[in-house]
Design a protein around this ligand. Structure first.
Ligand SMILES: Cc1ncc(COP(=O)(O)O)c(C=O)c1O
Length: 419
């Protein structure tokens, strides 16, 4: 599997493209397995993509989870092309905007009103600003990945200390740690923004406890459902867990890859927008709205999410059999539509060595599994694809033995009849 063209393009990009240079220096080292993963893609279709060297991959990353139906879904793309041909950037609202919001209000729990934005960070940032205006409070509590704006960026560089000082976090599945934050800042916390889960699942009663505590303290609860919306269930984790937040942010699977996000929830909070500045030149553009409407209608009208669950369960079952067979210190974690492998080889270095060995083998098999970000399943993924992925994972566990990271006696024994 050659990657020459990918790497040549990467060397040029590194000199002229600041994001590419950053990716190479900061992200590549620990996110993908450098030297083994492709850098540039050429095209994508269904559950697969092709890199610039002509290699084909079975895709379980799906553009950070935005692609829910499959790459280049004909119904979604056709809806976009139709909108583009009709002139999608007028600056006035087009009817599809209201149509799409009306559609969301039908199935997103607690959605009395909604607004459409472009990115996930737009939506979470808008939720924070509206919450501050609505409550007259400055402080924010947050958990999980919520985007790149000042109040939630992962690194401190470039962010004024005063912004940081207004934001607290707490420990997932630990209500006492949240009680401590509320006790430290009584009557000052505008909102709690959190992903309902990331990889660890919520303990029974945890999300309900968060709901109760926020209510008790007059703090707005914002579920960041940018990953879980339209994927765990059509109505996201709110529907799945039966807990309703005051505001909900949505994006990613919303439009099968097109750039759009939404903020939905209580009408009294959303109406605060009348005195809060949140806007973009591009918010009225209708191309991604057409994509979202087509995606949502397709998800609502078919059994796509059921299928995604079934494929995810089959993948997780296959992986669990392999970890047992090889006796590997690897846990199969996450909800079936967003599965992941948790490596437990010891300290961070041991885990990284094991991941390098495992994922270098799976990518060689043409199966794109992200080493450090949970995976996603598309509705286009087939039973054969899942079999292939499990087969690639077997090669991954064999590589761990070959590289001396799992004892050779973990090699599964062939049965007497040689099967
Ligand atoms: C849960 C969650 N919130 C917010 C964001 C930020 O979205 P964006 O990268 O579109 O700004 C992401 C992106 O990965 C996310 O997964």
């Amino acid at each position: 599997m050659g990657l020459d063209r990918s790497f040549a393009l990467d060397r040029r990009a590194e000199r002229i493209d600041a994001l590419a240079a950053k990716r190479k220096k900061v992200i590549a080292a620990d996110q993908m397995i450098e030297g083994h993963y492709p850098v540039f893609a050429e095209r994508a279709h269904g559950a697969h993509f092709w890199d610039v060297d002509g290699n084909k991959y079975l895709d379980f990353f799906l553009s950070y989870g935005t692609v829910v139906l499959g790459h280049a879904d004909p119904d979604v793309d056709e809806a976009v092309v139709r909108e583009i041909r009709r002139g999608f950037a007028v600056g006035l609202m087009k009817p599809v905007q209201s149509e799409l919001i009306a559609e969301l209000l039908e199935f997103v729990p607690g959605a009395e009103m909604g607004m459409l934005l472009k990115t996930g960070s737009d939506a979470t940032g808008a939720a924070v600003r509206l919450s501050r205006a609505f409550t007259g409070r400055d402080r924010v509590v947050r958990w999980g990945y919520n985007g790149w704006h000042d109040w939630c960026a992962q690194w401190d560089h470039g962010i004024p200390a005063v912004s940081r000082a207004l934001v607290d976090s707490f420990t997932y599945n630990d209500l006492d740690s949240l009680r401590t934050v509320f006790a430290r800042h009584p009557g000052q916390i505008a909102c709690l923004v959190m992903m309902p889960f990331m990889i660890e699942r919520p303990a029974p009663g945890f999300l309900e406890g968060v709901r109760e505590l926020t209510r008790e303290h007059g703090t707005l609860l914002v579920f960041d459902e940018i990953r879980s919306g339209f994927r765990l269930a059509l109505g996201g984790a709110q529907e799945y867990y039966g807990v309703t937040a005051d505001l909900v942010t949505l994006s990613k699977a919303f439009a099968n890859g097109y750039a759009i996000s939404a903020l939905t929830g209580r009408a009294d909070v959303l109406r605060t927008l009348e005195r809060v500045h949140i806007s973009s030149t591009y918010y009225a553009n209708a191309d991604a709205m057409a994509a979202a409407l087509a995606t949502v209608r397709k998800l609502r009208g078919g059994d796509h999410l059921k299928r995604i669950w079934r494929m995810g369960e089959r993948l997780q079952d296959g992986l669990r059999s392999l970890t047992a067979e090889f006796g590997a210190p690897v846990d199969v974690v996450g909800h079936p539509p967003m599965p992941f492998l948790d490596f437990r080889f010891g300290d961070g270095d041991a885990d990284q060595r094991a991941k390098r060995s495992f994922y270098a083998a799976t990518i060689r098999e043409g199966v794109f599994l992200h080493p450090n970000h949970h995976w996603f399943i598309a509705a286009a993924t087939t039973d054969d694809d899942i079999d292939r992925a499990v087969g690639a994972a077997r090669r991954g566990f064999e590589a761990l033995i070959a590289d001396g990271l799992l004892p050779a006696d973990r090699r599964p024994r062939k049965k007497e009849d040689g099967t």
